[in-house]
Design a binder for this molecule. Sequence first.
Ligand SMILES: NC(=O)c1ccc[n+]([C@@H]2O[C@H](COP(=O)([O-])OP(=O)(O)OC[C@H]3O[C@@H](n4cnc5c(N)ncnc54)[C@H](O)[C@@H]3O)[C@@H](O)[C@H]2O)c1
Length: 264
Amino acid sequence: MDVNGSVIVITGGGSGIGAQVGKELAEQGAKVVVAGRRAEKLDKVVTEIETGGGEAFGVPTDITDEEAVGNLMDAAIDRFGRLDVVFANAGAIADSLMLNTDKATGKVKKVMSTKRFKKVIDINLVGSFLTLREGARRMVDNGWKGLLLITSSINSTGQLGQLNYSSTKAALTLWPKILSGEFHLRKIGIRVAGIAPGYTATEILTGMNQDALKYILKDVHIGRLIEPSELTGTVKYIMENEAIDGTTIEVTGGLTFGPRARVK
Ligand SMILES: NC(=O)c1ccc[n+]([C@@H]2O[C@H](COP(=O)([O-])OP(=O)(O)OC[C@H]3O[C@@H](n4cnc5c(N)ncnc54)[C@H](O)[C@@H]3O)[C@@H](O)[C@H]2O)c1
């Protein structure tokens, strides 16, 4: 698939990885539809793309809203005539230990609330499901050979304090295999692939306590955050290579949990 001329819908396109990938693919000729909850953030990305001579528009969308996600895909098709890539990139965290104990008594003081657990499941899993389903059904009904892309995370391997988030990302890492198997069975020509970034320089991390950031970077071989631009290359690589299907590619800078304790 050529990036130039392709139509790509990106959820979470108003900030971070989604915004950067959208801007850079637009520079290379992709027609970009950015979706997210906040219109003003989408507008900013669209203006930047248009200023650079690219084509884009934004659709305010809550990805947990089934009807809104369908409308997003229809808007992309109405405007650009087709759908080549659906990038389920939006995600959220709400970290907490499952049990917080009182230091003095050792008894449970507070638990992770059901609401907090479910919020992340709803956005990361249900939202990604709706995004991919509503995109794929339109590709199939129109006979388009497209690509479904998913943002997983290195934290799919299990991160302390992220029982909810890591659970969703572990599941998302499996989806390319499950869905490309389904499409193979049904002779549907849609590829499915994921990217699993390591610690990436978006607001979530650059805004965090800088001492804590230095500490987690001790686990990263290249010793720095991944730049969102470095993920654009991976997205482009997946788009252009038909052989990449049914898999999730890690881009982590050599993150392994463990060295932190020994690296000075
Ligand atoms: N930054 C990292 O270190 C890192 C590492 C691994 C994976 N990721 C994943 O990358 C993806 C993008 O994250 P980011 O780092 O760019 O952070 P980000 O916070 O800038 O992006 C997340 C986007 O998802 C959107 N979003 C959240 N809930 C939504 C909803 N209900 N409907 C529509 N949009 C919604 C947010 O508005 C935001 O634009 C996420 O899936 C995240 O889990 C990030």
